[in-house]
Design a protein. Structure first.
Ligand SMILES: NC(=O)c1ccc[n+]([C@@H]2O[C@H](COP(=O)([O-])OP(=O)(O)OC[C@H]3O[C@@H](n4cnc5c(N)ncnc54)[C@H](O)[C@@H]3O)[C@@H](O)[C@H]2O)c1
Length: 278
């Protein structure tokens, strides 16, 4: 019997927290550039009663995304799509960040936007980092939102980026704008698409950072933010579950900042000292 499918690309803790909340009774496709990460997530989810399959997918490759779409469709109608894959400024080069986080996310939205089920929903994990970029011009916004995907990386202000933090910030801003653009196409199929911009969420990598050589700076930042702590993958999962549920049907093309007030403090509060470094 064919089931609805829920697709997760990027099987880290944020992605897992989301798919656990929307995947029950569906076939859960776990995709990751590191197949071993998808397999590890599959073991955890299978042991918790979910039906899963795994596939190696590089978000930066259109061919891989197309293969992911047809893998998911072989199990049933694709009801949910979650993009929680990404590379961070300390992990990758400018080119890799732009190829994966900016271009890859745009391809994923385009390809799944062709087949998403009526009543379906999608979530893209962006970042608070995109909210630390000043305002772009109306023309730049429109270019990031609506340029043909294959032209995104050659836009002059994107091609000129030389620093990994800027590459990450522009990619995450582009995710939010692209979600707005795609919401109009996904809406024609009866589906919603939104983005979530988390602040620091404790994952194994973030936990290492917090206790590593640069840990003191992170701990100071967290203690000064309005919530006084980092977030958890489950808190992002709860927000995503609401947006993807029946209760969220009137929400599409929106971005949700979930950061314990960090961005507010970065612009107008105790964290303004970070402007000198970010
Ligand atoms: N953890 C945080 O504090 C935080 C904050 C803001 C935004 N984010 C965003 O959340 C998303 C998930 O991050 P996370 O913290 O769970 O990280 P993570 O490293 O735990 O998980 C990311 C997963 O994505 C996979 N991946 C990396 N590159 C890929 C590619 N090219 N194709 C397919 N899969 C790929 C990795 O193998 C990994 O399994 C990222 O987009 C990240 O930018 C994280």
């Amino acid at each position: 019997m064919s089931k609805d499918a829920a697709v997760l690309l990027g099987t880290g803790s944020i992605g897992q927290a989301i798919v656990r909340r929307v995947g029950a009774g569906k076939h859960v496709v776990l995709a990751d550039v590191k197949k071993e990460n998808a397999d590890r997530a599959a073991k955890i989810l299978e042991d918790a009663g979910f039906e899963t399959s795994t596939i190696a997918v590089n978000l930066g490759s259109r061919d891989d995304i197309i293969a992911l779409v047809s893998h998911a469709q072989s199990f049933g109608a694709v009801k949910h799509v979650i993009n929680a894959a990404g590379v961070s400024p300390s992990q990758a080069s400018v080119q890799d960040i732009l190829k994966v986080d900016l271009y890859g996310t745009a391809v994923l939205l385009e390809e799944f936007g062709k087949i998403i089920a009526d009543g379906g929903s999608g979530i893209v994990i962006s970042s608070q980092s995109g909210h630390r970029l000043g305002a772009l011009s109306e023309e730049e916004n429109e270019q990031l939102a609506a340029s043909p995907v294959d032209e995104l990386m050659t836009l002059p202000f994107i091609a000129a980026i030389t620093d990994t933090l800027k590459a990450y910030q522009y990619s995450k801003r582009c995710n939010v704008l692209r979600v707005m653009y795609e919401a109009t196409r996904w809406g024609k199929r009866g589906a919603t698409i939104n983005s979530i911009s988390p602040g620091i969420i404790i994952t194994p990598l973030a936990n290492d950072e917090l206790h590593g050589p640069r840990g003191e700076g992170y701990r100071k930042m967290l203690s000064l933010c309005p919530a006084g702590r980092a977030g958890t993958p489950d808190e992002v999962g709860d927000l995503a579950a609401f947006l993807m549920s029946e209760k969220g049907r009137w929400i599409s093309g929106s971005d949700f900042l979930i950061d314990g007030g960090t961005t507010a403090s970065y612009w107008y509060g105790d964290l303004q000292y970070l402007k000198a470094t970010h």
